[in-house]
Design a protein around this ligand. Structure first.
Ligand code: IMP
Length: 424
């Protein structure tokens, strides 16, 4: 697995943290390439539960160099807090490396995220309100402030003043808020810079050298394919590229260096926030999925919307990410249902879609076409070999594989590291 990209194939919360953690056991470098502290990765080690929002889950392994690459947006207070929490639990965060080119989430980004959502009213996106969207907006409008600016107080203050002039106009005139004062922000952030100084480096070079030297590198995506700003269900998306191509731009390495792209798919689907969701179950079955699957957001605690697995969306994820294999997670949750459904196409008034439709309107108005499969009705959470799964559970996995057109190589039946079954 020299260079493996791990991406979510749905709307996030597929269990990428656990799968990346499993791969990290043999990794030398684990890289976060997009997003910020809007992500929440839960990893269970023995009796301990770790929730990481920004630091790659590989930090839990002493041989791994965890990297936050240029494609990320970084809230330095959150990062320092996460590092301190890890240190207090005996995990050494000193190996963490942070790209000098990553953009900073500033206090006005968090403020704007909240007021812009309020302004949208019923059309709200349902963001995590961590300032992610406004930070990426500044990156692309070239008002952004980067990690490297923390080490040049004069430039930092200049950039901050320019950005704030624009932000204060928006805050006061459009959103009826108080203006923000640059000086306390400069003092706060320059102090963060001093504390982060030794972690900051050229992470593109670091990752390139690791690949050149034949080391194992894992690229850990946050969010997921259908939340991608280009390929997801826009505008109900995040503001970065969680699809596999984002690993290249978000790290500064070329596509030819990637060996594998592993897609993580939950055995059913969930989504937090607004937006279309063809196989959503707004009924008692969906409610049971939420409760049995513990489908509440790691970062915001919000209840996730749940529904049957959508093979149309999965094929789309295979295509736009160039997936070479799939890890299917939370299969144990389906043990509680007698009949399992998988959406294999969408019916609209005009036609049947077996590929993800070009027009988003279809996603709102279509009827999913389902294939039904028998459930297995017994607890599988302590099964430790794929061959020991009930034949109905194996059939479900094979069906997903047939629909996706790429192999399902890993099946997860519980949160612990042991509950990960490899298929031969
Ligand atoms: P933002 O990333 O905070 O701007 O939120 C944009 C959309 O992405 C909202 O629908 C969020 O609920 C969703 N989102 C962001 N991060 C995650 C995640 O890690 N898992 C699931 N949904 C997410």
């Amino acid at each position: 697995m020299p260079a493996t990209v791990v991406v979510g194939t749905q709307w996030g919360d597929e269990g990428k943290g656990k799968i990346t953690d499993t791969l990290s056991e043999r990794a030398d470098v684990v890289v976060r390439f997009q997003g910020g502290n809007n992500a929440g990765h839960t990893i269970v080690v023995g009796d301990e539960r770790f929730v990481l929002t920004l630091i790659p889950s590989g930090v839990l392994y002493p041989q791994v160099t965890p990297v936050i690459a240029n494609g990320c947006v970084v809230d330095p207070a959150v990062l320092l807090d996460e590092m301190a929490t890890l240190a207090a639990r005996g995990i050494d965060p000193s190996r963490l490396r942070l790209s000098a080119n990553a953009h900073l989430i500033m206090p006005y980004h968090r403020k704007l995220d909240a007021v812009m959502e309020r302004y949208l009213g019923r059309q709200m996106i349902g963001t995590t309100k961590r300032g992610i969207g406004p930070a990426y907006m500044d990156k692309f409008s070239r008002f952004g402030i980067r990690v490297q600016d923390l080490f040049d107080p004069k430039i930092f203050r200049q950039k901050l003043e320019t950005a704030l002039k624009d932000k204060n106009r928006q805050l006061v005139k459009v959103y009826n808020q108080l203006a923000m004062d640059p000086e306390p922000i400069a003092e706060e952030y320059l102090a963060y810079g001093e504390r982060l100084h030794d972690h900051v480096t050229d992470t593109s070079l670091l990752v390139w050298e690791a690949i050149r030297d034949g080391k194992n590198v894992v690229f850990e995506g946050a969010q997921a394919t259908l939340l991608d700003v280009d390929h997801g269900t826009y505008p109900f998306v995040t503001s970065s590229n969680p699809t596999a191509g984002g690993a290249c731009t978000g790290t500064g390495i070329g596509p030819g260096l990637i060996d594998e792209v592993l897609g993580v798919a939950k055995a059913y689907i969930s989504r937090v926030g607004s937006g279309p969701f063809p196989t959503e179950l707004d009924n008692e079955i969906g409610e049971r999925m939420v409760e049995i699957g513990g489908e509440y957001g790691t970062v915001t605690g919000r209840r996730r919307r749940c529904g049957w697995l959508d093979a149309v969306a999965l094929r789309y994820a295979v295509r736009v990410n160039g997936l070479t294999r799939i890890a299917l997670t939370k299969l144990d949750v389906l043990s509680h249902f007698d009949t399992l459904r998988v959406g294999v196409a969408y019916d609209s008034l005009e036609k049947r879609y077996s590929e993800f439709p070009r027009q988003q309107r279809i996603l709102y108005n279509c009827q999913p076409v389902y294939e039904d499969l028998p459930g297995w009705g017994i607890d599988i959470s302590s099964v430790s070999r794929y061959e020991d799964l009930p034949k109905e559970a194996q059939r479900y996995v094979e069906f997903v594989e047939e629909q996706a057109g790429v192999p399902v190589t890993t099946v997860s039946v519980g949160p612990s590291r042991a509950a990960t079954l490899e298929r031969g």
